[in-house]
Design a protein around this ligand. Structure first.
Ligand SMILES: Nc1ncnc2c1ncn2[C@@H]1O[C@H](COP(=O)(O)OP(=O)(O)OP(=O)(O)O)[C@@H](O)[C@H]1O
Ligand SMILES: [Mg+2]
Length: 334
């Protein structure tokens, strides 16, 4: 184990999206101690299938660390430092990990100190950057549910400026482990706090679910990046995702923004790809990145070599697109 130098330290969907990408909402936000809207009541669920209810601080702690019983949520004081982007979409296999790893490698190439946090028990992002998750004693799981500090699990990669906070199989137990913890939604936010100044960008690869791990990612993040496949039913679940972003922003993390929507597996030769891309643009507007990630065999091969596409095939069209996306996103992210 290696220590960093860190001191330890989619008409309905559209409406939902517009709400999600809008300004920080004040409507319904508590205005005085003791006042709390339903959405922040203890155990309030974001609703919808597969979503995990989370308590907007009410079962958690207030800013001074005292148990919260309906007091207004105070955002964690920001130490500055890294932009923290949660790459999420509850649909499986839409390119979250590919996006996380490829963008991270591009940020690293840009000389930005980059950390990937692998928040998926499948540990695909960990493997994709050449780190053997199975050989590690500890993972992000231990950081979330015990006293292990994140800098104690961070591993360097073979790629300059690129570190990973690995996942492991035990992360599958994290939701249960977190369930009875105070400030269960803030475990990752608190962990990241210690290393934010050490990095320029932190990318969080989320599992394909809107559960407590994803809530932790959104609560720790400054922005959300949503990969969408240019395929049939691309916008399925987008309403629920937008709802969750809005709920997290209202209850846990007022600075959270929808940073970017990335269209992937795009094949310009097919009418379906073009129509889906148009549809996504109608729903998300300017949040959709200009460049589309092509469907490319080389992209699917790269992880098995433990290399990001920028290294596996540096001159490929995919690499070029991810470099463009990285620039677009880093310029636009808050
Ligand atoms: N643009 C692409 N062209 C070809 N294959 C791709 C592309 N993007 C991703 N893939 C492949 O599709 C599969 C799913 O991609 P990926 O693992 O990135 O999705 P995911 O959303 O992270 O999946 P999960 O929900 O299981 O975590 C992988 O085998 C990946 O290599
Ligand atoms: Mg994945």
């Amino acid at each position: 184990m290696v220590k960093t130098s860190a001191a330890k330290t989619s008409a309905q969907a559209k409406l939902a999206v517009e709400e999600a990408v809008g300004e920080v909402e004040t409507e319904g936000m508590p205005t005085a101690p003791g006042q709390v809207p339903d959405s922040q009541a203890p155990g309030h669920s974001v609703g919808g299938q597969g979503a995990t209810g989370f308590a907007g601080g009410s079962q958690g702690t207030t800013s001074d660390g005292a148990p919260g019983y309906g007091f207004p949520i105070q955002p964690m004081p920001s130490p500055g430092g890294a932009k923290v982007l949660a790459v999420t979409n509850q649909k499986g296999g839409v390119g979250k990990t590919t996006t996380t790893v490829s963008l991270s490698a591009c940020f690293a190439e840009m000389n930005l100190r980059t950390l990937i946090i692998d928040l998926d028990p499948q540990f695909n992002a960990t493997t994709a950057v050449g780190v053997e998750a199975r050989q590690l004693d500890t993972s992000i799981y231990n950081v979330l549910v015990s006293d292990i500090q994140i800098e104690d699990i961070i591993e360097p990669t073979a790629f300059k400026n690129l570190h990973v906070a690995p996942s492991g199989r035990n992360l599958a137990n994290a939701e249960m482990g977190l369930m009875n913890m105070l400030s269960r939604e803030r475990q990752l936010q608190q962990a990241i706090h210690q290393v934010r100044s050490e990095y320029d960008v932190i990318m969080i690869d989320c599992p394909p679910a809107l559960g407590l791990l994803t809530v932790n990612a959104m609560t720790a993040a400054t922005g959300v990046v949503v990969p969408i496949q240019a395929e049939y039913l691309a916008l399925e679940g987008v309403e629920q995702l937008s709802h969750m972003i809005r709920q997290v922003r209202m209850s846990l993390n007022p600075v959270l923004e929808l940073t970017a929507v990335i269209i992937g597996m795009y094949d310009a030769r097919t009418k379906l790809s073009r129509e889906v891309a148009e549809d996504v643009r109608r729903h998300f507007g300017e949040k959709v990145c200009e460049a589309y990630v092509p469907r490319a065999v080389r992209l699917s091969e790269a992880p098995s070599h433990g290399q990001p596409i920028t290294v596996y095939d540096p001159d490929s069209r995919s690499t070029k697109v991810f470099r463009e996306l990285a620039k677009e996103i880093i310029d636009g992210a808050s």
